[in-house]
Design a protein. Sequence first.
Length: 163
Amino acid sequence: MSGLPPFELSETPLDIAALADSLAASHAGALVTFEGRVRDTNEGKHVVSLEYEAYPALSLVEGNAIVGEALEGVIGARCVHRVGTLAVGDVAVWIGVTAAHRDQAFQACRYIIDQVKQRVPIWKKERYADGSAEWVGLGKAAELSHSRPLHPPSPPHPPRPQR
């Protein structure tokens, strides 16, 4: 596998085949990928495009941490999230995981997308056919930030020996 970063932000359309190829490993029995695409409706509104904004410094640190956490028990993993304006049908996020067995790869892929949605500071604005636009998911992100720690809790320290 290449020395490419585990998590990236991209302002350009994703080359899905090249991303999958970057995880090629002869000892991997499974490659699981996930593509999050821009859909044309949300909650009954006709969506014409999306805009993603990110806080890059924190997004890269947190995204790389998430992919690193998912690497336990797998061979390789990558995640690329688009930023900027995306059209209906564009891939907004791509995740790939290689592992010896499919179940490990599926679980790691699911972990990455769930954690990216919860922990990485990327915001989405939907633009609608009627000319209006709104940021979506902000209430849920704020709720999660108050109800869940940013990182999994550390294991408890062993008791100190008595002197």
